[in-house]
Design a protein around this ligand. Structure first.
Ligand code: NAD
Ligand code: ZN
Length: 370
């Protein structure tokens, strides 16, 4: 069943998240969020998503707003940079976009992060709407107002917090998403169950078949609950000063594997591996038992995510883990599980503790010659 959630920012209503299986409410909700029909909109999309959905969105919004244009850039993380943003600024200037006009992000997290960043900075900030079309962006990146681009070889190095006016999720867009991208998004979905809601984790296990075959009702339920989980955390800690850190569960070792594999593995696949590693460390420290660890492993493999990575050395992954931002005096701040459904922040793990997790997810325990 379609549903609408509202998200607060600093205690005040900020925007709605609509989860449904079509675009029928896009215009009514856009009108609520951005009422003035005299405004112009620009749909920002990539060359995979644009040909599939941009016309429909342009027609919907064009029926009300003064003018709706579209701007397409080549898909891929390698284009999430300031050069693409410069091209977009130029397009907006040439088409006389002003302070009161708005942008629409139509695509995955790359499109969403860049559109949000352009909206945060163009003329010191204009409105934008998120229409996320990957599972990852629907359950994670479109919510919370983190925007940004990569700089040199540093991911998300330049950015801003800028809240969208509306997040509109049409779960039907997932039908065209490559299966491996769908599986990647499942990494973040499973994470919410593990860090926040044991009942949701159990529900995922019970509905694995319906989710895998993308049955509409199961998808809406799953995405809706994931959005509720993300909302809960970002409302409490909008600018990542404290509790929002639990969203990094699975990400510390996950990011290190992502880097060491030269980004040949997708983000959610690495998060899955990172969660298995974090579960192994949690078990080692005595917070979760063998059965819990097994059920985490089972869930990750149920949703077509890898449970081991090959060709990486444990030492290289350890070094990459420690070069992450969360290192305080040589020890790595880490998110562990107190139990399934409850995360806890560990102020500092030793190399030995980290290696227990890292070896668990590397083929042959990561004993390879570099
Ligand atoms: N802002 C945040 O809070 C936040 C959180 C997590 C991730 N991110 C960012 O999100 C990005 C990853 O996002 P992503 O996983 O969505 O990747 P993505 O945007 O690169 O999309 C993955 C691929 O799927 C294609 N695609 C998207 N929707 C499609 C559809 N419906 N049908 C067919 N193809 C489709 C895209 O063109 C692309 O090729 C990263 O840059 C990451 O840093 C941001
Ligand atoms: Zn993530």
């Amino acid at each position: 069943m379609a549903k609408t959630l509202s998200v607060k920012y600093n205690g005040q209503f900020a925007y709605s998240i609509r989860i449904s299986a079509d675009f029928s409410e896009l215009l009514p909700l856009s009108k609520e969020a951005i009422p003035d029909p005299g405004k112009k909109g620009c749909i920002i999309t990539d060359d995979h998503v644009g040909p599939l959905y941009a016309d429909e969105i342009q027609q919907e919004l064009g029926a009300y707003y003064a003018d709706v244009l579209s701007y397409t850039f080549p898909s891929g993380e390698e284009n999430k940079n300031l050069d693409t943003i410069c091209g977009l600024y130029e397009f907006l200037i040439q088409n006389h976009f002003g302070r009161k006009d708005f942008l629409v992000a139509l695509g995955g997290g790359v499109v969403g992060d860049m559109t949000g960043f352009a909206a945060a900075t163009f003329l010191r900030g204009i409105d934008f709407i998120q229409i996320p079309t990957t599972l990852l962006s629907q359950v994670d990146s479109s919510i919370g107002g983190k925007t940004g681009v990569d700089f040199l070889s540093y991911k998300n190095m330049v950015g801003a917090f800028h809240m969208p006016k509306l997040v509109y999720i049409n779960t039907k867009t997932l039908e065209t998403l490559p299966p491996v991208q769908f599986a990647s998004g499942m990494g973040e979905v499973i994470k919410y169950g593990l860090i926040q809601r044991v009942d949701f984790f159990a529900w995922l296990g019970e509905h694995a078949a319906q989710i895998r075959s993308q049955e509409a009702e199961a998808l809406e339920e799953m995405i809706g609950t994931s959005c509720e989980c993300k909302r809960e955390v970002v409302e409490e800690d909008p600018t990542e000063q404290g509790i929002r850190a639990i969203l990094n569960f699975g990400h510390t070792i996950g990011h290190a594997i992502e880097k060491c594999s030269n980004f040949s593995l997708l983000h959610g696949q690495c998060v899955g591996l990172g969660m298995i590693a974090a579960a192994a460390i949690s078990k080692e420290k005595g917070t979760i038992d063998d059965a819990a660890e097994q059920s985490i492993l089972q869930s990750i493999s149920d949703f077509s995510l890898p449970t081991q990575a090959s060709g990486l050395s444990a030492d290289a992954v350890l070094t990459a883990t420690k070069s992450d931002k969360k290192v305080i005096s040589g020890r790595v701040r880490f998110i562990l599980l107190e139990e399934i459904g409850k995360a806890k922040i560990d102020p500092g793990l030793s190399d030995e503790e980290l290696l227990v997790g890292i070896r668990k997810v590397l083929q042959d325990g990561g004993r390879i010659c570099e």
